[in-house]
Design a protein. Structure first.
Length: 464
């Protein structure tokens, strides 16, 4: 589905031809080149006087004809200046050479505003130009109109259409979605749209994650019910860990105990066999490739057993119908973790490390590590800091208010001169940035660290 902001009716062919040739005359082409291009446009428009109708032809035949006739520049001009719209199938199948520059000539002010926003957000000029030429321009070629007319619904429809497009390879789809994520960020920053960008707009639902692993339907139902209940009181990251811990147990039962269709069928020997398998299993999910040939860590194995024990205890205590007949997982079954003493850096190494940090070109990395080093904050607490978090208490010194975080407690942390200077430096160069809804509370919040490169931005805010 295409959301059209301008009419798709085209002017007479003569007007399109003359406009195209007039545009070519500005390029300083020689007489022979102009004659060749005039022949191409005359032949192509002679065969296809209605380009809207031509756009309805099968995408492969259109691509073959464009390659054979060399008429792609004609299509680019018609899209940029005559209201023709690209369809998603052609976007996926065709190399869109020239479309970025052509669309920018139609909306130079909009592109300039987006380019300034991208640079202000600290993104590299190469990434900003990719967003504009291969993201914004393609979006406008599909929907028409200008940057100022874009809405969240249009971008959502474009992304949904891309997902359903058969001519896009998985890598091409990932690239387009990355550009759209960055585009949402700069459109939000420039107030074109009011929907804040989100970091994981396409995270799989609980249902989708359990559906991706083969298991008995009754087990899938109870696992899903359990994590849904826990999600009412647990943080999203905690629920994510619960799912990661339960899926290996489901995989084990499917592969090694397929007769188990309900929890009440579990016996102690099933658990004992699972404990052995769990300790020596390989990595799964997104860690499978990196962990190929290696068993999971003791911490991962421990988390899986703890979650299984807690789930079986919880559903029994809650009085659910399908529960084991007796307790099956005990304290002695939980793998033990080593408890090494903390190892502090030697003074000379610490001094060398901080000197290297002071020399970093990335201002966020420099400020962030300095503040972490001098305050003891967690990374999540650092990213949750708000504007105005530092307080001057006169003789008692300067203190930093750390908001609710992992432990659900606020606290005040003393600031030494180095940490205070780093925060002052960041505040001075931060620049204006729109407030964002807090990812946990939804309250609109002026975060201190926000709208920068995607390798450090806080969850729920802009991503490149």
């Amino acid at each position: 589905m295409t959301i059209i902001m301008t009419t798709t009716s085209l002017p007479p062919v003569l007007t399109l031809r003359d406009g195209y040739l007039d545009n070519l005359s500005l390029l300083g082409l020689g007489p022979r080149a102009m004659r060749d291009r005039a022949r191409i446009v005359d032949t192509f428009l002679g065969n296809h006087p209605d380009l809207v109708e031509w756009m309805n032809l099968p995408v492969l035949s259109r691509c073959e004809e464009l390659a054979r006739t060399g008429a792609w520049p004609v299509i680019v001009y018609a899209v940029a200046h005559n209201g023709l719209l690209l369809d998603l199938e052609l976007i996926g199948a065709k190399n869109l050479t020239g479309i970025g520059a052509a669309i920018e000539t139609r909306d130079p002010d909009g592109f300039a505003r987006m380019r300034d926003a991208g640079n202000r957000l600290g993104w590299t000029s190469k990434w900003v130009e990719t967003l504009l030429g291969e993201g914004l321009a393609v979006l406008l070629a599909w929907t028409g109109g200008t940057t100022a007319q874009l809405t969240t619904d249009i971008i959502d429809a474009f992304e949904t259409g891309l997902i359903a497009t058969t001519t896009l390879t998985p890598s091409m789809l990932r690239a387009y979605r990355a550009r759209l994520a960055g585009l949402r960020a700069i459109l939000f920053d420039t107030t074109v749209i009011d929907t804040p960008p989100r970091r994981r707009t396409t995270a799989s639902s609980y249902e989708e994650r359990f559906a991706a692993v083969e298991m008995a339907p009754s087990l899938r139902k109870i696992f899903l019910r359990y994590v849904t209940v826990r999600s009412a009181v647990a943080r999203p990251s905690t629920v994510d860990c619960l799912i990661n811990d339960l899926l290996p147990f489901a995989e084990y039962l499917t592969a090694h105990a397929p007769e188990i269709r309900h929890l009440h069928q579990l016996r102690r020997h099933h658990i004992e066999a699972y404990l052995i398998w769990n300790r020596h299993r390989s990595w799964r999910g997104r860690h499978a490739a990196a962990g190929a040939g290696r068993t999971v860590s003791t911490a991962v194995a421990q988390a899986a057993v703890l979650t299984l024990r807690n789930m079986l205890d919880d559903v029994t205590d809650w009085g659910w119908k399908d529960v084991p007949t007796r307790r099956l997982v005990f304290r002695a079954d939980i793998p033990k973790l080593g408890q090494p003493l903390p190892r502090a850096l030697a003074p000379d190494i610490d001094a060398a490390l901080m000197a290297a940090i002071d020399a970093l070109d990335d201002p966020f990395a420099r400020v962030a590590v300095t503040v972490l080093r001098h305050t003891g904050l967690r990374i999540g607490e650092l990213l949750d800091l708000e504007l105005g978090s530092a307080y001057d208490y006169g003789p008692a010194g300067s203190w930093l208010k750390v908001p609710l975080g992992k432990l659900a407690t606020e606290r005040m942390v003393p600031l030494d001169a180095t940490a205070l200077a780093a925060l002052d430096q960041w505040t001075g160069q931060r620049g204006p940035s729109r407030a964002l809804p807090h990812p946990r509370t939804g309250t609109v919040t002026d975060f201190l660290f926000t709208n920068q490169a995607d390798d450090w931005v806080r969850p729920g805010s802009a991503t490149a």
